[in-house]
Design a protein around this ligand. Structure first.
Ligand code: GLU
Length: 590
């Protein structure tokens, strides 16, 4: 059921006292009940430490870890292991994640790549059918074929070993207790299960866990236990991540993947045993005197956001403000141009030579000049540019699957700031809601391999993001830490598939140019343009700009938006947290 679009919102827009009115409307936005989100959320203030996560039980586990003297890295372990239980549709031990980390001691930002890898036996034809044509999306997703080697357990262990203070085993306790004692199914989890009837109930393990004996989805508020998950966590608590990648848990994962009756995968014990987390330098882009840092390849997140901001920077959108369609034309067309480069060039940099000049200032200035015009860029003017190269490697652009807009209700982002000033921004994912719809050891197995291009070539040229053995599929995840004078200023991120990029970019613009607080920036109605059509968030004042944007030459689509932005502003006078009203998250702090 859609919330009635408030007449007050229109009045507010007309009254239009620049950004403040818009911010107020943003904070008052009522989310449709179908999102199971609370209607409006208030900014949360704290002085020392904060956790913002997509589920209150998980956020509390993180705050408890901080209160016990733990660092942000300890809280990462507590939050992630609880999320894997209470928000299994989004992330967990069977998935992958990217962490952007600010280390207060050294004053540096770094990133950890816990992305899934393709099995050694995978080929570029993985997602082609017998007829040589790309498989239908869910035909590829459901089963074993889409399952990549999970990265989360090794990522948690790596970060804990480097930056943790509390004992590894004790950090598993909150999740083990909840898994054994039971947790209340959230309204959103119930809604996700209900929407997935026909897929999630096709494997015995998922059917037994997410449905009752008569086949009905577990209801919201029902107390559910997951002893298999508790047992897996106990094994990992004792044996570390090695006990996940080798031994009985690994055996269960491989059995589930390889023995799927209609759509098996090749993931093997060797693939699991060989998995590695990679620490990579943060990809940072300048914006209005700040440094916007995040996850480089295999994620396209930081590079694409950096390109958007670089193209927007020459324009005075602070003065234009968030209510002027001109602001959205500039941001929207910058996003389209950045997406054209993303499609052509960005993939796992361990396999593909990525142009070094994607964030080059002169290159972005030239790209930005393309949008110095009164109306929308015509579709045929939106093409990848020619950034500078170290080594020439011209790939084909990723084939677009036009007309298919997948709802992206899964994946999760959490942001943690500890009392020492360490900051963790982590986006974690099983990809689609409930991943491959396969479960092993009480957790969902990802379908992250469907983030590869299904078609390995376009116009005779190899696609950068084609499947290759051991390769990591290109992501859009964008855990972001913004530095001011070298110190963390904002930390945030979101789920949402490739919409993550405009969700995070526009939130940064709202924070930096329009001076909204973290909550108002997150609640701001979404207006996105990745591929030419302006996507306006239904039930919000974004709809009011439809006519103006149409007059500028854009196609318009009005619909729900599935962001899950969770961020913290780190100011001299304390921390301000914001949680996305479109999901069930919460900011907690001291
Ligand atoms: N698999 C997506 C990615 O890595 C995230 C999916 C989502 O946000 O729902 O970009």
């Amino acid at each position: 059921m859609r919330a009635v679009r408030p007449i007050i919102a229109l009045a507010l827009l007309l009254a239009a006292q620049a950004n403040a009115a818009f911010a107020q409307q943003a904070a008052d936005t009522v989310a449709p009940e179908s999102r199971s989100a609370v209607s409006a959320k208030q900014a949360v203030h704290a002085s020392r430490q904060m956790v913002v996560a997509a589920n209150p039980i998980a956020a509390q586990a993180g705050l408890d870890a901080l209160r016990a003297g733990g660092s942000a890295a300890d809280a990462v372990v507590a939050v992630q292991t609880v999320l894997g239980l209470v928000e299994p549709q989004s992330s967990g031990l069977g998935g992958g994640a990217f962490l952007t980390w600010y280390d207060a001691k050294s004053g540096t930002v770094t990133t950890f790549d816990g992305r899934e890898t393709a099995p050694a036996a995978a080929t570029p034809a993985l997602f082609l059918g017998a007829d040589g044509k790309p498989l239908g999306f869910f035909d590829a997703v459901v089963g074993g074929r889409s399952v990549g080697v999970p990265g989360v357990p090794r990522l948690l262990e790596t970060v804990h070993a480097k930056y943790g203070r509390l004992g590894w085993a004790e950090l598993m306790d909150p999740a083990i207790k909840l898994a054994e004692g039971g947790f209340a199914v959230s309204p959103r989890l119930h809604a996700m299960i209900t929407q997935d009837v026909g897929r999630l109930d096709t494997q015995p393990a998922t059917r037994a866990y997410f449905f009752d004996a008569l086949g009905a989805p577990v209801t919201a508020g029902a107390v559910v236990r997951n002893p298999d998950y508790a047992a897996s966590l106990r094994t990992i608590a004792e044996g570390g991540a090695d006990a996940f990648y080798r031994g009985p848990i690994a055996d269960k994962i491989v059995a589930a993947v390889q023995s799927h009756p209609t759509n098996p995968g090749s993931l093997s014990l060797d693939d699991l045993a060989n998995y590695q987390v990679k620490e990579r330098p943060a990809a940072c882009a300048p914006y209005r005197g700040l440094s916007v840092c995040g996850m480089g390849p295999p994620s396209s997140g930081a590079l694409t956001i950096g390109q958007i901001l670089g193209m927007v920077e020459p324009f005075d959108i602070a003065t234009l403000g968030p209510e002027d369609p001109e602001s959205w034309r500039i941001v929207g067309d910058a996003t389209r141009l950045a997406f054209a480069d993303r499609e052509r060039y960005i993939a796992d940099s361990d396999f593909v030579n990525i142009p070094k000049g994607l964030l080059n200032a002169d290159y972005l200035k030239a790209r930005s000049a393309l949008i110095r015009r009164p109306t929308a860029l015509p579709d045929d003017a939106v093409a990848a540019g020619e950034p500078s190269w170290d080594k020439a490697e011209l790939g084909g652009a990723e084939p677009r699957i036009d007309g298919v807009a997948f709802d992206m209700p899964a994946t999760t982002h959490f942001t943690i700031v500890d009392a020492d000033g360490n900051v963790a921004a982590m986006t974690s994912s099983v990809e689609n809601a409930f991943g491959s719809r396969q479960m092993a050891g009480g957790f969902i197995l990802n379908n992250q391999l469907t983030d590869f291009s299904f078609a390995p070539e376009k116009d005779g040229a190899a696609v950068a993001n084609r499947v290759e053995p051991g390769k990591r599929p290109r992501s859009s995840m964008a855990p972001t830490i913004v530095l001011k004078d070298g110190k963390p200023f904002y930390a945030l991120g979101s789920p949402g598939g490739s919409s993550i990029i405009p969700y995070v970019a526009t939130t940064l613009i709202a924070l930096i140019d329009w001076k909204l607080d973290m909550q108002a920036a997150i609640s701001m109605p979404h207006m996105l343009n990745r591929f030419g059509t302006f996507e306006l968030e239904a039930g919000t004042t974004a709809e009011n700009l439809a006519g103006d944007l149409e007059a500028l030459g854009y196609k318009i689509k009005i619909g729900d938006q599935n962001s899950g932005l969770h961020g913290v502003a780190i100011m001299p006078d304390g921390l301000t947290g914001g949680a996305d009203p479109r999901r069930e998250g919460i900011a907690l702090g001291d």
